[in-house]
Design a protein around this ligand. Sequence first.
Ligand code: PEP
Length: 250
Amino acid sequence: MKYIIGNWKMNGSRDLAWKLTLDLHQYVAAEGRGDAKMVLCPPFAYLPLMQDFLSRHQSAIGLGAQDCHAQSSGAFTGNISAPMLADIGCGYVILGHSERRQYHAESDAQIALKVKAAQGSGLTAVLCIGETMAERQGAQTNAVLSQQLNGCLSPLPDAAKLIVAYEPVWAIGTGLNANADDIESAHHHIRQELIRHFGPGGGKISVVYGGSVKPSNAKATLATPGVDGVLVGGASLQFADFRDIYAACA
Ligand code: PEP
């Protein structure tokens, strides 16, 4: 299964959510493939209307959020819990995105608790890890990936409800797509780490790539050994771009 996951970040409107969901649903219904799963992760505000549409049309498209709290309820003003996401029909949640780490100071330990909370509510956690440009230039990529995985996978979550997204921070929103050798090498390292943590079950966890994926580089990225899909930011907000990235799975 290849995952094509759209992270809208803090973008969109009610109109865009309607239009994009409708257009993508019609495309996937007509041309969709059993071995490619599209997942849309809009801002919280648009989840209910999109879920309503997708469930009424029995769409093959999955729905996800971009974060959740580690607690299931309580005095946490402004937060949304994993049970709430499950309650409104979400199946996925992105956790540990570098923008959450950077702007909300999220630590690996906090992300680990969110992963457990998400899975406890039946959600699939899309766990993001990746090195900064300085870490890459210091030949620290593998060490950083190992450290983030060690922190985010303790306590050990359920391998069956986990997707790992390799997102080099320097490639996110910059137009700089990592080259195939870098992606293959990082994915290989992540796979070895997953097997070390989970045993043979670690061999089955999907590892997707994210960082300036566009229609022009999607085919090569998706064909890179070890790549089980893509996490797409900017290009997921344009129907034609996201459709073409999905179609590049073929
Ligand atoms: C992301 O935010 O997860 C991402 C990969 O963004 P972009 O595709 O815009 O680089």
